[in-house]
Design a protein around this ligand. Structure first.
Ligand code: FES
Length: 148
């Protein structure tokens, strides 16, 4: 299995690892395929993600995608964070081996879960903005919607 230099860089030195004491949104998701887990912490102010951390109990590809996803959403609006797809994350990493594409779904779903948590805490129905089931609609992994 061949990983790009960018994947190896983020795996060796993942960015934004840990927890945020002053987080006002937390999302946790599990990957149905492998049982791996990602948790993401956000501090949102004025609709902008001021800070973000993650903890991933998972494989190297999951850690690399988590790392790059946190970099991509930091300083972005909630709408921009929701637009993050696992495909974009994989592109940013220069690609992943096909067998590891499902790992990148974890990062996309964890970001969405955290934003949904933020809306819930604000008394807003997250279903109005966050489509957690998008993954089932086969856009994300090229595996016919079976991406877990
Ligand atoms: Fe589980 Fe990669 S094998 S996230």
């Amino acid at each position: 299995m061949i990983y790009t230099d960018e994947v190896m860089k983020h795996f060796a030195e993942p960015q934004n690892v840990g927890e945020l004491d002053d987080a006002n949104a937390v999302g946790e998701v599990g990957n149905a395929k492998c049982g791996d887990i990602m948790k993401i912490f956000l501090r949102v102010e004025d609709n902008v993600i001021q800070d973000v951390r993650f903890k991933t109990f998972g494989c190297g590809a999951a850690i690399a995608t988590s790392s790059v996803a946190t970099q991509m959403i930091k300083g972005k609006t909630l709408e921009e964070a929701l637009a993050l797809s696992n495909k974009t994350v994989v592109q940013k990493l220069g690609g992943l081996p096909p067998a590891k594409l499902h790992c990148s779904v974890l990062a996309e779903q964890a970001v969405k879960a955290a934003v949904a948590d933020y809306y819930t805490r604000q008394g807003i129905d997250p279903a109005l903005f966050v489509n957690m089931n998008e993954c089932d609609e086969h856009h994300c992994c090229g595996e016919g919607g079976n991406c877990g």
